[in-house]
Design a protein around this ligand. Structure first.
Ligand code: BES
Ligand code: MN
Ligand code: ZN
Length: 489
C-alpha cells in the first residue's frame, strides 16, 4: 500500500480529489485549520443536528460544495493521543466500508501538530480496516482494495514526523495482515507444510534466509518433546527458522519463537466439541512471528533477528501421545505427560533449547498457551512472563507504544512446585490454579541459559463470536520491541 503525506497549503484539503476524506477533529469548537468549504459544511451539519462536537460523534457528508473528494467522514476526537486517533479513525472508516475507496485522504485537525505516533496509529487503523479474508470465501472481496492513503499535514516539519510514523505503521499493518491471514486460514488450508510454504514465500519476497526442517531432520536433532505432540497426526511437522540480518553476523541476534499448532484437538485428552473450530488459531504465535519478520524486513533496523516456528497438529491418532507417557526433550530433561492438551509447552520447550545455539541477546516466545490466561486478562492485554526486569520493562513499553499492550505476571519459583513428577523430571501440568503461570514455569525450566520472556496471547490473538477472526496481535508489540533494541545500541 502506498502511504504518503502531502503538505497542504490553506484550501488544499478541499482541492484534493481522493475517493473519500476522513476528517478527525478535536476540541469543542471548530478548529481554525479547516478549509472554508469544510468549516461551512460542518457548521451546517451541527446546526441541523447531524453532528455535535462531542468525542466519538460521527457524520457522513456527500458532495460537499467546494470539496473535490465526493465523500467526507467526520469523527470528533476525544483528544490527540495515538490511541484516540486509532479509535476515531476506525469509527470513521466504518462509515466508508464497502464503498470501493481506492484513495483515502485524512486530515487531523485541532490537535497541536501531527506527530509520528498519530500517523502510525492511523496507518494501523487503515490496515486493520482494509484487510479482508477471502482465501476460502472469494466473494468476501467485492470492492477493489485501498491503494493510497494521503495524510494531509501543514508543514514540512510535520510531514517528516508523519512520514516516519506512516512508514512504521504501514510495515506493521502489512505484518499484522499477514499474521491475520495465516491464522484465519482453516486447519486444512494451513497445515504445518502449508505454513512453512507461506513462511518461505514471505522470506523470499523480503530477502530473508529460511530453513525448513522436516520430520527426519527434527528427529535427528533429538526434539523428542515436539515430535511426541506431532506423532498423533498424519500431517508432517515442520520446524521453521527465518533469519533477518541487519548487522554484522557476529552481533548476537534477538530471537522470536512461535507456537505453531495448526490445529489443537487436545489429542487423547480431547477437547469438548463446542468452539473447537477456534483451535485452528492455535498457531497465532507462529503467525505473529512470520508477520513480525515481514514488518522488520521492511523497516530494516540495524540488528539481527531470528524467527523460529515449531509447527504441527495435536491429534488423537493411533500413534498419539497418551496421558502417563514419559518423553525426553531436546534438553535431555524428561517430561511426564499428564494431559496431552497441554501440548504448546511441549513444542516450545524444544524450540527454546534449539535457539541456545544462536547465543541470542534475548528470546521471546509467543503462544496461545492457556485458557487460564484468558480468564486472568481477558482480550485486552497479553500475558507477559519474565524473570528479567529489564526485558519485562522493554516489552511493556513496546506494547504501550504499539497500542498492543501486555501485562506482567509472576514467575516466582514457588509456582514451580506443582510440576513435580514421580516418573520424570517434571510433569507437563500442575493444578488448575494459576494455570497461565505454571505453564510459564514449565517453559522457564528450559531457559536457564537465555535472557527470556514468554507472551501468552490466548486471549488476544483472535476474536470469537460474530467478529470471529485473528487480530494479528502481537505483531505491533514485537515490531516495536525489535526497533527499540536497534535504537538502544
Ligand atoms: N491452545 C490451548 C490454549 C487455549 C485454550 C487458548 C482456549 C485459547 C483458548 C492449549 O493448548 C491448551 O489446551 N491448554 C490447556 C492446558 C491445560 C490442559 C493445563 C488449557 O488451557 O485448558
Ligand atoms: Mn491444547
Ligand atoms: Zn494449544
Amino acid at each position: 500500500m502506498d502511504f504518503r503525506t502531502q503538505v497542504i497549503t490553506p484550501g488544499g484539503t478541499s482541492r484534493l480529489a481522493a475517493d473519500a476524506l476522513l476528517l478527525l477533529v478535536a476540541g469543542d469548537s471548530l478548529p481554525p485549520g479547516l478549509d472554508e468549504p469544510l468549516a461551512q459544511a460542518l457548521t451546517e451539519a451541527i446546526a441541523q443536528g447531524d453532528l455535535s462536537l462531542k468525542p466519538g460523534k460521527l457524520a457522513y457528508l456527500r458532495q460537499v460544495p467546494g470539496v473535490k473528494s465526493p465523500r467526507v467522514a467526520v469523527v470528533v476526537l476525544r483528544e490527540g493521543s495515538a490511541k484516540a486517533v486509532k479509535a476515531a479513525a476506525l469509527a470513521g472508516l466504518g462509515l466508508l466500508k464497502g464503498l470501493g475507496i481506492k484513495h483515502l485522504a485524512v486530515q487531523i485537525a485541532g490537535t497541536d501538530t501531527v506527530v509520528a505516533a498519530q500517523a502510525e496509529a492511523l496507518a494501523n487503523a487503515v490496515g486493520e480496516w482494509a484487510y479482508a479474508y477471502s482465501h476460502t470465501k472469494p466473494s468476501a472481496t467485492e470492492a477493489p482494495p485501498l491503494n493510497k492513503l494521503s495524510l494531509l499535514v501543514a508543514s514540512k516539519a510535520e510531514a517528516k514526523a508523519a512520514d516516519e510514523g506512516l512508514a512504521r505503521g504501514a510495515a506493521i499493518a502489512d505484518g499484522v495482515a499477514l499474521a491475520r491471514e495465516l491464522a484465519n486460514r482453516p486447519g486444512n488450508h494451513c497445515t504445518p507444510t502449508m505454513l512453512a510454504d507461506e513462511a518461505r514465500k514471505m522470506a523470499r519476497a523480503n530477502g530473508l534466509k529460511i530453513e525448513v526442517l522436516d520430520r527426519k531432520q527434527i528427529e535427528a536433532l533429538g526434539m523428542g518433546s515436539f515430535l511426541a505432540v506431532a506423532q498423533g497426526s498424519a500431517e508432517a511437522p515442520r520446524f521453521i527458522v527465518m533469519h533477518y540480518q541487519g548487522a554484522a553476523k557476529t552481533q548476537p541476534p534477538l530471537v522470536l519463537v512461535g507456537k505453531g499448532i495448526t490445529f489443537d484437538s487436545g489429542g487423547i485428552s480431547l477437547k469438548p466439541g463446542e468452539g473447537m473450530d477456534e483451535m485452528k488459531f492455535d498457531m497465532g504465535g507462529a503467525a505473529s512471528v512470520v508477520g513480525t519478520l515481514r514488518a522488520v524486513a521492511a523497516l530494516k533496523p540495524k540488528l539481527n533477528l531470528i524467527g523460529v516456528v515449531a509447527a504441527c497438529e495435536n491429534m488423537p491418532g493411533g500413534r498419539a501421545l497418551k496421558p502417563g507417557d514419559v518423553i525426553t526433550s531436546l534438553s535431555g530433561q524428561t517430561i511426564e505427560v499428564l494431559n496431552t492438551d497441554a501440548e504448546g509447552r511441549l513444542v516450545l520447550c524444544d524450540a527454546l533449547t534449539y535457539v541456545e545455539r544462536f547465543k541470542p541477546a534475548a528470546v521471546v516466545d509467543i503462544a496461545t498457551l492457556t485458557g487460564a490466561c484468558v480468564v486472568a486478562l481477558g482480550a485486552v492485554r497479553s500475558g507477559m512472563f519474565s524473570a528479567d526486569d529489564g526485558l519485562a520493562a522493554e516489552l511493556l513499553a513496546a506494547g504501550d507504544a504499539a497500542l498492543d499492550t501486555c501485562w506482567r505476571m509472576p514467575v516466582d519459583d514457588d509456582y514451580d512446585e506443582g510440576l513435580k513428577s514421580n516418573f520424570a523430571d517434571m510433569a507437563n501440568i500442575a493444578g488448575r490454579a494459576g494455570g497461565a503461570i505454571t505453564a510459564a514455569m514449565f517453559l522457564k525450566r528450559f531457559t536457564a541459559k537465555l535472557r527470556w520472556a514468554h507472551l501468552d496471547i490466548a486471549g488476544t490473538a483472535w476474536k470469537s463470536g460474530a467478529a470471529k477472526g485473528s487480530t494479528g496481535r502481537p505483531v505491533g508489540l514485537l515490531t516495536h520491541w525489535v526497533l527499540a533494541q536497534a535504537q538502544a545500541k
